[in-house]
Design a protein around this ligand. Structure first.
Ligand code: ATP
Ligand code: MG
Length: 390
């Protein structure tokens, strides 16, 4: 029996003229994700993408896991492929779903007949197949309202497909369909979640991370690269930029009032991220800020940070509570890495009494003591590029 993975389109099914552009992005992403798992044929028809193992060594379990993380799909299911012949459909359903049917008590059959030339109508398929399964598995009962298992038959263009439950897909829009974004990533819990959320809306990510050796360790840097690697499961390859930030932080510490340290530092991050964004074709910056979490995340502080860049700053976590963010971090498997205890450059010279309502005029005044252009040029010149993929 041949097995296949069926991927059902999410929002893109509703798109008009752009649908085919989105479809080809999706197809490319799917091909790339399973490339190292053996040979698969990937094709599309009727708002569904098909991933069919071709070589005997093709790892369908691995492919299912990878494809369940591809943005743009609302549902994903494994199914048995069968000729469009009802007696074969019956036999295949009983054989393919035997293990599941043995373990449950109630079921129902659903039929979707997008190939209208198939001689039986959907209600007829359901009734006949239901009867057949009841005969084969006499312990079963039909429950159309709350079945333990829904057996689905889809009669489509190329073949018929028999399957059990469909799982939710990764949702969102295809990677790249919304352009590119530059994610400011720290080692914390929030920024990887922010990156995941914007990637889910179709942004291809480039990541930028600021390090301050010797105040921050090599372990801290590794931790961030590990986080990026975990994010790649969802967003594909991520070019990651590591920027030396020590000199800038020392200068701010030595020359500016302590209470403004964090906001000035954040403004420098924005300025450097903007330069990197221009180089790498990104049209927005992304951060993991959420209102009220820390002193630098008050509205006046965010206002002072925003004006340091002309690019839109996307903050998908802005209205979320920490526990909601943690739930997503666990789901995307970044949480355990994020809570490893290595120092981040933000925690290095944290002021004792940061200003929660900083005034831009005071900040600009403080910043006059800094050789801004020289500091930024130096950091950008020291920027290192690392390509990370799953
Ligand atoms: P996170 O959990 O992402 O570290 P946080 O709640 O600790 O966030 P801050 O430390 O105030 O918040 O950082 C706010 C945002 O600034 C981060 O979400 C991230 O986008 C960016 N940021 C902070 N530190 C760095 C860094 N070292 N490199 C790049 N971006 C950073
Ligand atoms: Mg942090």
């Amino acid at each position: 029996m041949n097995e296949i993975i069926l991927l059902k389109y999410g929002e893109i099914a509703l798109k008009g003229l752009n649908k085919s552009v989105f479809e080809s992005m999706l197809m490319k992403t799917c091909r790339r994700r399973v490339r190292d798992l053996g040979e698969f044929k990937i094709y599309k028809s009727q708002s569904t993408m098909y991933c069919e193992p071709v070589s005997p060594d093709a790892d369908i379990d691995g492919a299912f896991d990878r494809l369940s993380k591809v943005f743009g799909f609302a549902g994903i299911a494994r199914a048995a492929v069968v000729e469009k012949d009802f007696s074969k459909i019956q036999e295949t359903a009983a054989e393919y779903l035997a293990d599941q049917l043995e373990e449950i008590e109630t079921f129902k059959v659903e039929a979707k007949r997008s190939d209208k030339s198939f001689p039986m109508k959907s209600p007829e398929i359901c009734a006949e197949l239901g009867g057949y399964l009841l005969e084969k598995f006499p312990h079963l009962r039909v429950d159309v309202h709350h079945p333990d298992l829904t057996v689905t038959v889809e009669v489509r263009d190329y073949a018929a497909y028999v399957r059990g439950e469909q799982l939710p897909g990764a949702g969102g829009m295809p990677i790249g369909s919304a352009g590119k974004g530059m994610l400011l990533i720290s080692g914390g819990i929030d920024s990887p979640v922010a990156g995941y959320m914007m990637a889910r809306r179709g942004l291809e990510l480039t990541a930028i991370h600021f390090v301050s050796p010797p105040y921050t360790s090599d372990m801290a840097r590794h931790k961030v690269l590990d986080l990026v690697k975990k994010m790649c499961a969802y967003s594909g390859r991520i070019t990651t930029l590591v920027v030396p930030f020590t000199h800038i932080q020392e200068e701010i510490r030595d020359k500016c009032a302590e209470e403004y340290f964090t906001v000035i530092m954040r403004r420098y991050m924005m300025k450097i991220a903007q330069i990197a964004a221009e180089r790498y074709g990104c049209e927005a910056l992304i951060t993991g800020e959420s209102v009220g979490q820390v002193a630098s995340q008050t509205i006046p502080a965010i206002a002072c940070t925003d004006v340091a860049t002309q690019l839109p700053v996307l903050r998908p976590l802005i209205g979320m509570d920490k526990d909601e963010i943690v739930t997503i971090a666990r789901k995307i498997d970044t949480f355990e890495t994020s809570i490893l205890p290595y120092e981040d450059c933000c925690t290095v010279f944290t002021p004792k009494h940061p200003r929660t309502r900083p005034k831009l005029a005071s900040i600009l005044h403080e910043e006059e003591a800094l050789e801004e252009q020289a500091l930024i040029d130096e950091a950008v010149a020291g920027m290192e590029q690392i390509t990370i993929s799953i």
